[in-house]
Design a protein. Structure first.
Length: 576
């Protein structure tokens, strides 16, 4: 690594370390043990989402120390700070989930404010749980200082009665227990065995989906996103990232050199190919927005439509993140996609090399069945599919990975609920029929507020053996762990008078993931007449952070963002 002295005359930290007028500022750094030589080096923010809320975040502080050693070894001065995260597994199924998506914006905003306020020159961001990954990447693109993303790593699978299990099995066990198919003792044993280590949920749920994206989009070092949290190799990746970010300052390679329309398309490709979470269709437009790039749910869906599904990962498949890492990791998945023309190989990455250059030495591993060759897919298209129609003019999204083709069409009468709790209660009491389309509305970004995930409800349906016998649509979201015909992000949302708000029990809804349509058997005239009768409603939040979010949040189509983004900025932080 280069140890050349970096000229600070164009770096943000000059505003807090250089010249006689900054003597008061330097006195604070002396108080924390820094030397004048350390103040003369670039300041690297080392931001982590460490907390004691959940296993996804618990190892991040340790990993941050390895990053700091790498920054110092590379000739930079690390400055560690923490931001929040809201952990979906614990927030799930109650009012706490309304804080989840809001936390993505708070993470991005708090990292931005810490970096701006203290004039750091580069950023290494460590994140563990679902919303903290896109939140950290959004901050990187927004600030546009040299940045490297680090995933805290996935959890190891648990073992229950001789078979591997994840937290998804526990959610589904709640449904089994509710109908007498699982004993109290088995449920208690399963909950104690499902999560045996630090790390984020182990299957291709939202955290691992966004981690896969971090490598595909070029913001993370190759292989770094696949290594499970307990593996010691994580510290090597962290140390290397610390050194490399100083190298990126030398080379002035910035996030907006990396996050381009092509790299966003690469990211969407790996989501579809790995059967990833539908939440990626919310987070990719939000990351693009920070760079001033228009990349909506429909753009994501277009990529999904033409991408083969090749990684046999839970919840639709058989394997977890650890398994993929051990047979070749995310680069193995990307290599076969590149070789068969599904990726743009000329995109820059944080290694200082292109995607194609990074993958040049990756060899195909024929002795594994976790990832199929891209020309011999599990299904030719569609781990994830975009839908639109008169019930979703602004689009919707469904995950079909692992679903038989004959289950990818569904038609049935609507059963409408105006919040998740009412629907969950109906499911728990078995107050629904085979063939119903359960509708959960007023759970969108503005109407929720906060666009909750619905894993508790969908998992309960599977636990009752009804997961493939009903469908569910919502203007809220689904967990990456959700399976079955569950359509999320229906827009426009109910709170702004979208068609989902106008549905009545018994209306016939048709879903077709093969044709990409979501329709209700009502004429335009009938929908217009119902809209005249519709009245907006107040949310149950009249103050606080969730109320504030509801005032500014936009539609799911554009990523549920809360500010004008790159197109609106008058100057870029990196150039202050």
């Amino acid at each position: 690594m280069s140890h050349n002295v970096i000229d600070k005359s164009k770096l943000p930290s000059r505003h807090v370390t250089e010249g006689p007028q900054r003597a008061p500022h330097r006195s604070y750094y002396y108080a924390m043990g820094l030397t004048r030589a350390q103040m003369s080096q670039p300041f690297v923010g080392v931001a982590s989402c460490w907390n004691e809320a959940a296993p996804c975040n618990i190892s991040l502080m340790r990993q941050a120390q390895a990053v700091k050693k790498g920054v110092a070894a590379g000739g930079g001065t690390p400055r560690e700070f923490c931001t929040i995260s809201v952990t979906d597994g614990i927030a799930m199924g109650h009012q706490g989930m309304k804080a989840s998506l809001v936390s993505r914006e708070v993470i991005a905003d708090s990292v931005e404010l810490t970096m701006r306020g203290h004039c750091y020159d580069a950023l290494v961001g460590l994140a563990g749980c679902d919303k903290s990954l896109p939140g950290m990447m959004m901050a990187m693109v927004r600030l546009n200082v040299p940045s490297i993303f680090i995933y805290g790593g996935s959890i190891l699978p648990g073992t229950f009665k001789g078979r591997p299990v994840t937290v998804q099995d526990v959610f589904e066990a709640v449904g089994k227990h509710s109908v007498g198919d699982m004993s109290d003792e088995d449920l208690e044993e399963l909950e104690q065995k499902a999560c045996p280590s630090a790390g984020a949920c182990g299957a291709q749920f939202t955290a691992n989906t966004m981690a896969t994206i971090s490598e595909a989009i070029g913001l993370a070092l190759p292989y770094s996103a696949g290594a499970p949290a307990p593996y010691e190799v994580r510290d090597q990746f962290c140390m290397t990232a610390g050194e490399m970010v100083v190298e990126l300052i030398h080379k002035q390679i910035r996030p907006r050199d990396i996050v381009t329309l092509k790299s966003l398309e690469n990211a969407a490709t790996v989501v579809a190919a790995s059967g990833g979470s539908t939440n990626a269709a919310l987070h990719l437009p939000a990351i693009a927005h920070e760079a001033g790039i228009e990349f909506t749910l429909f753009d994501v869906a277009e990529i999904f439509k033409k991408t083969p599904y090749i990684a046999d990962l839970k919840p639709g498949g058989r394997y977890v993140a650890k398994d993929m890492f051990e047979v070749g990791g995310i680069p193995l998945l990307m290599k076969t996609l590149l070789d068969h023309g599904y990726l743009h190989g000329d995109c820059m990455t944080v290694t200082g090399r292109t995607i194609a250059e990074n993958l040049a030495s990756v060899k195909w591993n024929p002795d594994q069945d976790v990832v199929r060759p891209a020309n011999d897919p599990i299904t030719p298209t569609g781990g994830v599919v975009g839908l639109r129609g008169n019930l979703a003019p602004d689009g919707a999204i469904v995950k079909v990975a692992g679903m038989p083709v004959d289950q990818q069409k569904f038609s049935g009468p609507a059963r409408c609920f105006d919040n998740e709790e009412d629907c969950f209660e109906a499911v728990k009491q078995r107050h629904y029929k085979e063939g119903d389309v359960l509708v959960i509305r007023y759970e969108g970004p503005k109407g929720g507020p906060g666009m909750r995930e619905m894993l508790a409800t969908t998992a309960a349906l599977y636990g009752q053996g009804m997961g493939d016998k009903v469908a569910l649509i919502t203007d809220g979201r689904f967990s990456g762990a959700t399976r079955g015909f569950c359509v999320g992000h229906v827009g426009p949302e109910a709170a702004v008078g979208g068609p989902i708000a106008l549905l009545k029990d018994g209306d016939i809804i048709s879903l077709d993931a093969i044709a990409g349509t979501l329709t209700v058997d009502l004429s335009d005239a009938e929908l217009a007449e119902r809209h005249k009768q519709w009245a907006s409603r107040e949310t149950d939040y009249g103050s606080g952070a969730i109320w504030k979010y509801a005032q500014t949040v936009g539609s799911a189509l554009d990523g549920a963002v809360t500010h004008p983004g790159g197109k609106g900025e008058k100057h870029c932080y990196a150039d202050i």
